[in-house]
Design a protein around this ligand. Structure first.
Ligand SMILES: [Zn+2]
Length: 50
């Protein structure tokens, strides 16, 4: 037993935290992260998780 794998586990959790999102305003599809997802193209918060 050792804690060498901790960094890797954090990395996996981080990638699982991303969601496929689509902006309802401009139709841009992107990977969103966090609770408040904003479209990187038009800065709109009108985003749906797909
Ligand atoms: Zn947009």
């Amino acid at each position: 037993m050792c804690s060498v794998g901790d960094a890797f586990n954090v990395d996996v959790a981080d990638s699982l935290n991303t969601k496929s999102c689509k902006c309802k305003d401009c139709g841009n599809e992107f990977q969103g992260m966090g609770k408040k997802i904003i479209c990187p193209a038009c800065q709109s918060g009108n985003v749906e998780v797909v």
